[in-house]
Design a protein around this ligand. Structure first.
Ligand SMILES: Cc1cc2nc3c(=O)[nH]c(=O)nc-3n(C[C@H](O)[C@H](O)[C@H](O)COP(=O)(O)OP(=O)(O)OC[C@H]3O[C@@H](n4cnc5c(N)ncnc54)[C@H](O)[C@@H]3O)c2cc1C
Length: 406
């Protein structure tokens, strides 16, 4: 039966909305409804590479590291649903001396948290990843606890655990608008009817800005297309080889089904206004940018010559959300009581999902477990960008994601 009212409504059943639903239910909140316009995890989440890169040099993100890592490493214990965390480490590679200080900063972060990090020679890196060709690299670090997950399994794991704790899940339920009276949330209007509530969490991924505009808010976040591809099986690709991150060409490469999954930043950043798409648009229908794919492939071939012969068997793309300062947007909203926004993952929503769900629950209970919520507040921006400026700035942020301190 479709609910007429709820204590908390979460809009969006991607990895963030599902994580928030789980954390809220785990905290003991009752009468929670999770809504999605499609099936669960049908937005950008299923297209992710699912990689983690926890040793952030950012003071806002480092406090989330231990919690997120511990959560993914013990996902089945936490949720009751197993995921496969392929935890074979990552290589972060500076091709020029300009990025050596960044690698050293990673060492400091690793020491601070007691994590294993080693500097490797190009020959040692090649032993781990035989198809990698970076003989002149200036610095290579190996981060032992990085890895990758199947992203959809993470979202479905959270949602299933949330359902077990009493959360009601309503799919094919699209929120058209929100009723706000005297600055307080009152209800959501969906294609299946109205639900009264005093607390809403908007975790609508690419649609978050558009939805917030419907009720008069200008959230500083936009969707930017991100693309990756997967090759057919290749000789010398080991299933347990680490992820490779090349800083200057902004490329990541990891094993996938015997082949390589290749993605990268800066190859042609394009942001979107979701109003440009038809109402029934699905992320799966996002057109490929073939120029981007071709530039990315040519660049990756320089460091992985084996890619020259590779047949592409799968393309992955979606619309992750970017903010003008490359920080998450996890916040209450001054203008509207009872509203929380959870988005702006900068192409890292899978890995950060445990902490973002936790922060949403903290915003509702008035806590700040990580002590970093003010860094992700919606009102942190000194100047509000116009639409065009915002898109421009977010494309720049996205296009330089590996080149900024990470
Ligand atoms: C190629 C690629 C590689 C990536 N690699 C990584 C990686 O290695 N590691 C990593 O951590 N991240 C990665 N990401 C980013 C990651 O996919 C995103 O950060 C994450 O999936 C965002 O999750 P979300 O829940 O915010 O959004 P989504 O998954 O898009 O979920 C939003 C949900 O909201 C629903 N919705 C929207 N509007 C409404 C409405 N009006 N009413 C009801 N429901 C609504 C949608 O249907 C959707 O299910 C990658 C992304 C791509 C595209």
């Amino acid at each position: 039966m479709f609910p007429a009212s709820a204590n908390i409504i979460i809009i969006g059943g991607g990895v963030l909305g599902a994580s928030a639903a789980f954390q809220l239910a785990k905290d003991g909140h009752q009468d929670i409804v999770l809504l999605d316009r499609g099936p669960l995890a049908s937005g950008t989440t299923p297209f992710a590479a699912g990689q983690t890169a926890y040793l952030s040099v950012s003071p806002d993100r480092l406090p989330l590291t231990t919690y997120c890592l511990d959560f993914l490493e013990n996902f089945a214990d936490r949720t009751g649903y197993p995921i496969h965390f392929n935890q074979h480490g990552s290589l972060r590679i500076a091709l020029t001396e300009a990025y050596l200080p960044e690698l050293e900063a990673h060492q400091v972060a690793a020491d601070q948290l007691g994590h294993e990090l080693k500097f490797l020679t190009p020959e040692e890196a090649k032993e781990l990843v035989p198809t990698l060709d970076v003989p002149d690299a200036k610095g290579i670090i190996f981060i032992a606890r990085d890895g990758y997950v199947e992203p959809k399994s993470v979202a479905i794991g959270y949602a299933s655990a949330a359902r077990d704790l009493g959360v009601t899940i309503q799919t094919h339920t699209k929120v058209a608008n929100i009723e706000v009276t005297e600055g307080q949330v009152k209800a959501v209007y969906t294609n299946r009817g109205k639900i009264q509530t005093k607390q809403i969490v908007v975790a609508a991924g690419a649609w978050t800005r558009q939805l917030a505009q419907r009720f008069g808010l200008d959230m500083q976040v936009v969707p930017v297309r991100h693309q990756a591809y997967v090759t057919a099986p290749l000789e010398d690709v080991a299933p347990r080889q680490p992820i490779v991150r090349l800083i200057e060409p902004q490329i990541y490469v990891r094993p996938e089904a015997g082949g390589l999954l290749v993605g990268g930043y800066g190859y042609r950043p394009v942001s979107f206004d979701m109003d440009e798409f038809p109402d029934r648009f699905e992320i799966a229908a996002l057109e490929p940018d073939l120029i981007y794919y071709s530039r990315l492939h040519n660049a990756a071939t320089t460091y992985f010559p084996t890619l020259r012969q590779a047949a592409v068997v799968q393309e992955r793309r979606g619309l992750p959300t970017i903010t003008p300062d490359a920080k998450y947007l996890v916040s209450t909203v001054t203008e509207v009581k009872g509203l929380i926004i959870a988005t702006g993952c900068q192409v890292g929503g899978i890995q950060s999902s445990p902490a973002i769900g936790r922060m949403v629950a903290d915003l509702i209970s008035g806590q700040d477990y990580f002590g970093v919520l003010s860094a992700f507040a919606a009102d942190r921006f000194e100047s509000v960008y116009s639409d065009a400026q915002l898109r421009d700035q977010c494309e720049t942020v996205y296009g330089n994601l590996y080149l900024q301190p990470h």
